[in-house]
Design a protein around this ligand. Structure first.
Ligand code: IVH
Length: 704
């Protein structure tokens, strides 16, 4: 729909409007620009401008249409609620439309909002209006329906009326219980609204993993959460570690279809109810404000602690607490008139792209790193920023000497939002991504790029840098987990020539180490003990620690389960690998390639000689729990007499599906399965209200 040329045009146009350089405001042009950015944001999950810039363009269009109502067309972006509908998922209708929010940016905007509410609700100036404050989570919005206490479906916001059916994906998320006792409060059908988000630290981890694997990285947590909801494979959604925070009960009726929302007097009570029912929410009590002045104070406090907040939030949402006043305010087509978003200032800065350097990873991926003029950004000085891969550089049209906008939201690693082509003077130099390994000196080593991969890789390393990365990975927590053996030690020993490959980790001279500056007998001993301990690691860890492309933790476990000894893999054929569920041809090929190289087999022999376990251990034999198992991460308890299985069978089944059996009813219990004649445990769970209660047949149906 948008080729590169067109995209560049729309981008330049946006800049023109944002810099107020558009001489005559062209309403059609502005609409096209907004449509383009909606597409980048909602369909591509990869916006090219900041949210507040989009808002500014949107407001310009709104202002233009307000002064020329005759020019409003039914297809104008202002005339519909933006849509993320695609053909990848069937559409389903929301029980009530999902609206958006109007924005405010300062205390003055908030006061105007308060005045407007007062006017609509016909309240006198001295009447204090109570507001609820909530973080404005920056992710993807979701509507979730429960019917008869059971999770029944989930949808994206879509165009506000129709959403995409993402039921199977949302069902994998541990923050969404599959059964909730709505019937206890008389609710038969409930539609909940919430935001899917990813913790900032998890997001950084995810991107680092993806970069190491040569995969495309995500621009920010919002796009990876929103995109994560719309994966074709539900397990991929689950693997993104998405959480859903609820912020509204959009619809609730009893068995007769009577509206139950009308029985809840305040927004706070509504939120409290959801919290009591076991959903994930900010502590609702903390967030009630007596009047708009308190709101103004509190939003500033939140803006200050935004960095420390574990999730990305781009502002706060201010909602009239009283349902009565809400009703009097009503709605526009686009947003409720009783709520407004208070947007935080964007954590962006402009700097200059001085140079691009390259780094090589453990499997040879070449990562370009921008060296920028040191810039203060959200509390840290930034001088290096990863540019991820060649496509990233091309898509952002980055040139050396460019002025660029960089952003750092919270603890998220800074990234380049865009270059500012309008500010070029002609001296800027396009970045030529190397085709020859930038570290090869005497000999030229060509880089290669696998089909469907984003990274160029050096697969024939002669300089040793990849070996260093491989060793760093080998000792890391994810691999052999050698406690206390950090990156800086590896680098030091590597420079000293003490470790050239991973087998040397097990051949260190601890007397020599204890003589090094900064070391002592004690730390050398500790390191020795950690290395000694790692030698008896399960085979799966050893396999994973070898840095074989695409051979992740899970695949390593699956393979380790099938072999007695690591050397068995020398004779494995593609078919042997493919017999294992969830192992595909790419991993099969890469493992075979690794084992067909004599040097690699010799390396494994050296590891064995130096005492590293190469045999299957008891823990390798343990059955891996599928990541899409229905009870994964949940605690479970069976009570009463079961009819269709023994208590032990039930426990085993629950365990094999990812649950942990516990013996008492407490807040730590997630699921109680109730057999016949259940007694005090059932009563206690009902009283707690946080435990999901199900019958034996319901358990079996879910287990199926
Ligand atoms: S209330 C009828 N509350 O922000 C009320 N929205 O810009 C409409 N969002 O589409 C939304 N946190 O996806 C509300 N605490 C919160 C929110 C929130 C994030 C999102 C939501 C909405 C968008 C509007």
């Amino acid at each position: 729909m948008y080729n590169t040329e067109k995209q560049k045009l729309y981008f330049d146009y946006s800049k023109k409007y944002l810099d107020n350089q558009a001489t005559a405001l062209d309403i059609d042009e502005l609409r096209d620009i907004l449509r383009y950015h909606e597409w980048r944001y909602s369909i591509k999950n990869d916006p090219v401008i900041a949210d507040y810039e989009y808002d500014s363009l949107y407001k310009q269009l709104e202002a233009l249409e307000a002064s020329h109502p005759e020019l409003i067309t039914p297809d104008s972006p202002t005339q519909r609620i933006s849509s993320d509908l695609s053909e990848d998922f069937p559409a389903i209708a929301h029980l009530v439309p999902m609206l958006s929010l109007d924005n405010s940016y300062n205390a003055e905007d908030l006061r105007k909002f308060d005045e407007q509410v007062r006017k609509l609700a016909e309240l006198p100036p001295e009447y204090p209006i109570e507001y609820c404050l909530e973080p404005k989570f920056d992710g993807g919005s979701v509507a979730i329906v429960y019917e008869n206490d059971i999770f029944s479906r989930a949808a994206t916001r879509g165009n506000g009326t129709l959403g995409e059916d993402i039921t199977l994906n949302v069902k994998t998320l541990p923050s969404i219980p599959l059964r909730v006792p709505f019937s206890d409060v008389g609710i038969h059908i409930a539609e909940l609204r919430g935001e899917a988000v990813i913790r900032k630290d998890k997001f950084d981890e995810l991107n680092q993993e993806r970069e190491a694997e040569g995969l495309q990285v995500f621009a920010n947590p919002r796009n990876s959460a929103a995109g994560g909801l719309r994966m074709k494979k539900p397990t991929d959604t689950r693997d993104r570690e998405i959480e859903i925070f609820l912020y509204q009960l959009g619809y609730a009726t009893d068995r007769l279809g009577t509206d139950m929302l009308a029985t809840i007097n305040t927004h706070n009570q509504q939120i409290q109810l959801l919290s009591d029912l076991g959903f994930k929410l900010e502590d609702p009590k903390e967030l009630v404000c007596a009047d708009i002045e308190e709101v103004s104070r509190k939003v500033k406090e939140w803006e200050n602690k935004r960095e420390a907040y574990p999730y990305e939030i781009d502002g706060m949402v201010v909602k009239v607490n009283s349902r009565d006043i809400q009703e009097k305010c009503g709605y526009t087509q686009h947003h409720p008139k009783w709520a407004i978003a208070y947007k935080f200032k964007a954590k962006q800065a402009t700097t200059i792209l001085l140079n691009v350097e390259y780094q090589v990873g453990k499997i040879g991926s070449i990562t370009p790193v921008a060296k920028v003029e040191p810039t203060h950004l959200a509390g840290v000085t930034v001088s290096s920023i990863s540019l991820h891969n060649e496509d990233f550089i091309t898509s952002k049209d980055l040139r050396i000497g460019d002025k660029i906008i960089i952003e750092r939201a919270g603890d998220v690693i800074p990234y380049v939002v865009k270059s500012l082509p309008d500010l070029r003077d002609g001296s800027e130099v396009p970045i030529k991504f190397p085709r020859i390994c930038p570290f090869s000196e005497s000999e030229e080593v060509e880089l290669i790029k696998g089909e469907g991969e984003a990274a160029w890789r050096c697969t024939n390393c002669i300089c040793g840098r990849q070996d260093l990365q491989k060793i760093i990975f080998h000792v890391s927590k994810d691999a052999m987990d050698i406690d206390g053996f950090g990156k800086s030690y590896v680098e030091r020993f590597f420079e000293l020539g003490w470790i050239k490959d991973i087998s040397d980790v097990y051949n260190l001279d601890f007397d020599e180490i204890s003589k090094l500056e900064g070391f002592g007998a004690r730390s050398a001993e500790n390191l020795q003990a950690s290395i000694e301990k790692a030698k008896s690691n399960p085979l799966a860890r050893l396999l994973h620690s070898l840095s074989i492309h695409h051979l992740g933790k899970k695949a390593s476990k699956l393979i380790a389960r099938e072999i007695k000894n690591i050397f068995d893999l020398i004779d494995w054929k593609t078919e042997d690998f493919l017999e294992i569920k969830d192992i595909g041809p790419v991993v099969a090929q890469n493992v075979q390639d690794f084992f067909s190289v004599e040097r690699n087999v010799a390396l494994l022999k050296r590891l064995e000689e130096r005492g590293v376990n190469v045999q299957q251990t008891e823990s390798d034999k343990l059955k891996e729990i599928a990541t899409d198992a229905p009870f994964i991460g949940k605690t479970i308890l069976f009570t009463g007499s079961l009819q269709q299985m023994t208590r032990n069978q039930a426990k085993e089944m629950a365990e094999s599906l990812g649950a942990k059996n516990i013996s008492a009813v407490s807040r730590n219990l997630d699921i109680l399965v109730v057999g016949e004649n259940a007694g005090s445990k059932l009563k206690k769970a009902q009283d707690l209200g946080t435990v999901q209660i199900m019958s034996e047949s319901e358990f079996l149906a879910l287990a199926d």
